[in-house]
Design a protein around this ligand. Structure first.
Ligand SMILES: O=P(O)(O)OC[C@H](O)CO
Ligand SMILES: [Mg+2]
Length: 229
């Protein structure tokens, strides 16, 4: 479909706006080392963007840890360590500039994250003012089916009255399952994947409408959005 005329923009959070993915990597590497397992990018690529329990279940299954570690135990151990790290979360390059720019031009903006609301609160500790600019935040605990199901993005769009045409919604995502969720919702998707992920599997971005190295590279104009000054 062309020309693109985006009316609403939906942001993923972890790994897209906020630099939290490294925290998950550090903590999960530490926990899995106790079970003589390596936490690889291949495994991470399957877990990232998922709701917490779904991600934990993937780890246990892929590493054949049944009988040694339950998904719930993995999460409990993960929580203790993540809780100490999340309040220090920093923004990723270009996130603040893009969010403020769209807000300044009255473009409806919201967030659809797989993170549950307690993690959302903790991760945004240093960024409350910026996150107050979003019209609403949809967290993982508000939806039943996690990404790659389209629910998070459809729920986020559905909070606008009237709900926008998905064909006029642009989603920013970092994770393969997130990009798939956006496309399943019938929306446009700009993917900003971690470079490690692309190196591992070039096809992880297949289906995205545009792939960028960072949000700093985004040009709003081809999307019918106002240009940066
Ligand atoms: O990328 P998000 O914001 O949907 O959150 C995903 C998980 O919490 C971490 O991969
Ligand atoms: Mg993400």
């Amino acid at each position: 479909m062309s020309p693109k005329q985006i009316s609403h923009v939906i942001f993923d959070m972890d790994g897209l706006l906020l630099d939290t993915e490294n925290f998950y990597t550090i903590v999960q590497k530490r926990i899995l080392a106790k079970y003589n397992r390596d936490f690889t990018w291949e495994l991470k690529s399957k877990m990232m963007g998922q709701k917490a329990l779904a991600a934990a279940q993937i780890a246990v299954k892929e590493l054949q840890l049944e009988g040694q570690l339950t998904a719930e135990d993995f999460l409990r151990q993960r929580e203790e360590q993540l809780d100490a790290l999340f309040p220090t979360t920093q923004l990723l390059p270009g996130a603040e500039r893009l969010v403020r720019h769209l807000k300044q031009h009255n473009i409806p903006i919201c967030v659809a994250t797989s993170s549950h609301s307690r993690h959302f609160d903790s991760k945004t500790t240093l960024h409350k003012q910026l996150f107050s600019l979003f019209d609403h935040i949809v967290t993982g605990d508000q939806i039943v089916r996690g990404k790659p199901a389209p629910d998070a993005f459809l729920t986020a769009a559905g909070q606008y009255k009237p709900a926008p045409d998905p064909q006029k919604c642009l989603v920013f995502e970092d994770a393969p399952v997130g990009m798939q969720a956006a496309k399943a919702a019938g929306m446009w998707c700009v993917m900003v994947p971690a470079q490690e992920l692309v190196k591992l599997d070039g096809s992880c971005t297949k289906g995205a409408d545009l792939v960028l190295g960072s949000l700093l590279e985004f040009d709003p104009t081809p999307w019918g959005l106002p240009p940066f000054p």
